[in-house]
Ligand binder design. Sequence first.
Ligand code: ADP
Ligand code: LRH
Length: 474
Amino acid sequence: MSVFAAVDLGASSGRVIRATLDGGALSLDEVHRFPNEPVSINGTLHWDILALYRGVLEGLRRAGPVDSIGIDSWAVDYGLLDATGALLGNPVHYRDARTTGVWREVAAAIGEERLYGITGLQQLNFNTLYQLSAARGTPVLAAARHLLMIPDLIAFWLTGEIGAEITNASTTQLYDLRTRAWSTELIAAAGLDPGLFPPLREPGTVIGRARDLDGQPVVVAVGSHDTASAVVAVPAADAHFAYISCGTWSLVGVELDRPVLTEASRAANFTNEGGVDGTVRYLRNVMGLWLLQESCRAWGDPDLPALLVEAAAREPFVSVVDPDHGDFLAPGDMPARIAAFCRRTGQPVPADRAAVVRTVVDSLALAHRRTVREAAALSGTRVDVVHVVGGGARNALLCQLTADATGLPVLAGPVEATALGNVLVQARAAGAAGPDLTALRALLRDTQRLTRYEPSGDQAAWDAAASRLGRPNP
Ligand code: ADP
Ligand code: LRH
């Protein structure tokens, strides 16, 4: 029997999961979950990185003896270390407003086509490149000697080893996906010190020993970008699938062998992020359940499943919003912003909480439809089924409406796909699973409970709702 610990830091919570693999039997036990609550200091939004690290240590202690540990988190954010290895300030949250407007300036100076040709990345105003550009000239950046992405920072604190795992490095917009190396060209063009960027490591390699934990278990690099780990754990039976990694964000796309770097792809703002085993995660970010999370926060966190049941009984498409609108990115009063969007676009303002929830879920289903169809068309992929993984797989209304909107069956689950992908890469490194993604996914299909949603409803009504949004929704 092998035992692994997955540290999975999501934007809404962190968790440590203990997984046991015994022959073909894989079971998960969530030993610790802790809130991830950002802190605003003098107008700058930070991650509370030490609270997260405390949660990680507590979880690893509760997990007890393990064969290895893997760490993943959200992408793009980083900590800066000085020459002695001390952390220079709290990592800034990607939702902080300091990058507003920066991307246009920087992308124009470097050249949007050039950026896309090298990195294949979508333009998000919080890409690491733009965060570092916003920080240019600050004393902290001047003192920095190492840049560590969040999972690499946690691994450094556990092991003392410095490095950059490639799936997460691929989200920085400073990584060359053609050579699978840091882009010295872009680092120079952005006026950054190339010495900041540590040696790259592949998923499956040993980082070092966790010195302060009993037994000093090894820390193994996994797909440290949470979405990379989630895609490993998409329980697909063949190549004809799309996935939605559905949590705070909906990451909607397909898995490819090679990137799509066409002008049409760039114009549609699709990204080519690095996946485990050299795969490409060809996808686009949809703002996701963030809209629901922030609404619930504004309402004092009412019971979500009850609210979803109420919303399911409401009339569909009364009002729809574009979830990717920039107004929805920052933390704040989400129901008020949704109301303002509806007012601006001449739609009824949702009258109560269930109506807001229905608007959000209808709108996300529409965004899922648009993005699945674009991903398939731009990459030439045949899609027969949509896999929904992550916390959103528990949202039956969203899963059913995604099936209805796309006209495709939805297979929902696993909910803890990210932790499972993290564990499977560790298990393979230990020789306990594998050898390839097909085999890892077969193990999931044999061991995880999935729910199937068949498409139903009226496609013409979805077409009509799609046409009400100001952007193309094929
Ligand atoms: P992240 O990794 O980004 O923190 P998760 O994958 O944990 O996100 O998903 C969190 C989301 O899952 C929540 O925002 C919520 O919308 C959804 N969710 C969690 N539990 C339930 C539930 N019981 N019913 C419906 N949705 C749920
Ligand atoms: C999801 C995620 C996503 C990134 C965003 C910053 O947690 O990693 O893939 O775009 O966070």
